[in-house]
Design a protein around this ligand. Structure first.
Ligand code: NAP
Length: 481
């Protein structure tokens, strides 16, 4: 079992108390690198979730000043930074990513609390400078209410930090439901939240698979907002499940990012950026390149450089020194990547990089070798579906118009990347790409300061930036003569 000063309890947290499931039911947390059980956590359901929402609703009646919220946010940012090593260790054990990457995730999480501590002042009441109808008007930014925050396993700490920081800045009361594959990072975060002095009920944690938990979150009248990060099918289900209850939804869903490299690009830079963009988290990130479009004039050089870098990746247990890529989250994830590779090869693609795995990794079965394919074409599964794994499929293109059309030929619209040294070309291409985030000569993903979110089936709403507050506030106008 994983021992940690941040995991003194591995229970849920409701109304300021750590608690087990009413049914005493539990589930194991598995380390994907070893297959070992590292903790046992409760399986909560309808009764615990209802209690959590009721506690949050009760606390909503006690408003916190802007200064108070600023202090909470700043304190939590400092605590996360102080405990970054331990938080990283917990993330690595339950997710599998290399320790340095996991500690980077803790820093990234802290940056959201720090950012919102710095901008929460924007939520002060604003008097209008105009006097319509000869009245003076004030705009108030009220908390939207009890908010349900549902997160995936791929960034077990950061995905919640984005939501919870903005919700707390807006003075909402939260009910948090992390993925049942990675609950420990959230338990650890709540052990820090406990230290910042929030009133009981301000932040609640329910653990277990979605089922009954999400039923209550969708149906309970006190829940006004559901902020969800996860797959597009579950996002669509939430739209259907909440429709009769008219709740506000913020949906951060799946992606199918094109990574476009024009013939005039700095090839070394493009390869370098692709390596960190694509293989971080073993390719299990919503923003990572899913389709690598390379112009014909440079494709041989690009592919050769990329293959050399991929073959040099060190695959293994994220806790071991020198490891640069960990396992996938589970066997099902491995099978999906394998299916995409097999489908592409059956249709004529060829593998040009595919590191060998040590026999111990094959036994654990959550590992997949980082792979580069050439000769990939539009009809292959890996082009049309989010692989969510360490596969870089290279697709050749000839013209600008052709690649813009191909890049947009997906229902997703989360992230895209464009590499070119021609500023006129960039200015032409970027506005034509239907993606919420377009990296220009960079593979960099989101940051706390910039609003991030999807178009089309990648969802709606934005996280980060001042826009990240919008989902958690109700704007109220008060005119008076
Ligand atoms: P997922 O299967 O959709 O699960 C995400 C969360 O939703 C988990 O907490 C899960 O709980 C819960 N859930 C499952 N079924 C639900 C339901 N019917 N109602 C309510 N909640 C439900 O996604 P995942 O496999 O964890 O994450 C991978 C996906 O997330 C990828 O598609 C990726 O692109 C996307 N993602 C998007 C962003 C973004 O910013 N747009 C960021 C990260 C990841 P249990 O698993 O415990 O049942």
């Amino acid at each position: 079992m994983l021992q940690s000063p941040l995991l003194k309890s591995t229970h849920g947290y409701i109304d300021g108390q750590w608690c087990a499931a009413d049914s005493q039911k539990t589930m194991p947390v598995i380390n994907p690198a070893t297959g070992e059980t590292i903790a046992i956590v409760p399986v909560m359901g309808r009764s615990e979730t209802t209690r959590a929402v009721d506690a949050a609703a009760k606390t909503l009646a006690i408003p916190a000043s802007i200064q108070q919220r600023q202090q909470w946010l700043g304190k939590l940012a400092d605590l996360i930074t102080e405990h970054r090593t331990e938080l990283g260790r917990i993330i690595t054990h339950e997710h599998g990513k290399p320790l340095a990457e996991a500690q980077g995730e803790a820093d990234y999480a802290a940056s959201f609390f720090r950012y919102y501590a710095g901008v929460v002042d924007h939520l002060k009441p604003k008097p209008l400078t105009d006097r319509p109808r000869n009245h003076s008007w004030t705009v108030y930014y009220r908390p939207a209410g009890v908010v349900a925050l549902i997160t995936p396993w791929n960034f077990p700490l950061a995905m919640l930090a984005k939501k919870f920081s903005a919700a707390l800045a807006a003075d909402c009361c939260s009910v948090v439901k992390p993925s049942s594959k990675t609950p420990l990072s959230m338990v650890a975060l709540f052990s820090l939240i406990e230290q910042i002095g929030l009133p009981p009920g301000k932040a609640n944690l329910v653990l277990g698979p979605a089922g009954e938990i999400s039923d209550v979150l969708c149906e309970h009248p006190a829940v006004r907002v559901i902020s969800f990060t996860g797959s597009t099918p579950v996002g669509k289900k939430l739209i259907a499940d909440t429709a009769p209850h008219l709740k506000r939804l913020a949906l951060e869903l799946g992606g199918n990012a094109p990574f476009i490299v024009f013939g005039d690009a700095d090839v070394d830079r493009a390869v370098d950026q692709l390596m960190s963009n694509k293989f971080r988290g073993a390719g299990q990130t919503c923003v990572c390149a899913n389709r690598v479009y390379v112009q014909k004039s440079i494709v041989d050089m690009f592919a050769e450089k990329l293959a050399a870098r991929v073959n040099a990746l060190q695959v293994g247990n994220g806790m071991d020194d020198g490891v640069t890529m960990g396992p996938l989250i589970d066997r099902k994830a491995v099978e999906k990547v394998k299916r995409h590779v097999d489908d592409a090869i059956a249709r004529g693609a060829r593998s040009i990089a595919n590191s060998m795995l040590a026999p111990t990794m094959l036994n654990t079965s959550s590992f997949f070798p980082p792979t580069v394919l050439r000769g990939v074409t539009a009809e292959m599964e890996c082009v049309n579906d989010e692989t969510f794994g360490p596969l870089a499929p290279i697709i050749e293109f000839e013209s600008e118009a052709e690649v813009v059309d191909a890049a947009n030929r997906t229902e997703y619209g989360l992230a895209a990347y464009v590499f070119t040294t021609n500023a006129d070309r960039a200015a032409r291409v970027i506005p034509q790409l239907s993606f919420g985030h377009v990296g220009y000569n960079t593979g960099s993903g989101p940051t706390a300061e910039a609003p991030f979110g999807g178009m089309k089936h990648s969802g709606f709403g934005r996280e980060g930036g001042l826009e990240g507050l919008h989902d958690f506030i109700e704007t109220q106008t008060v005119p008076r003569p």
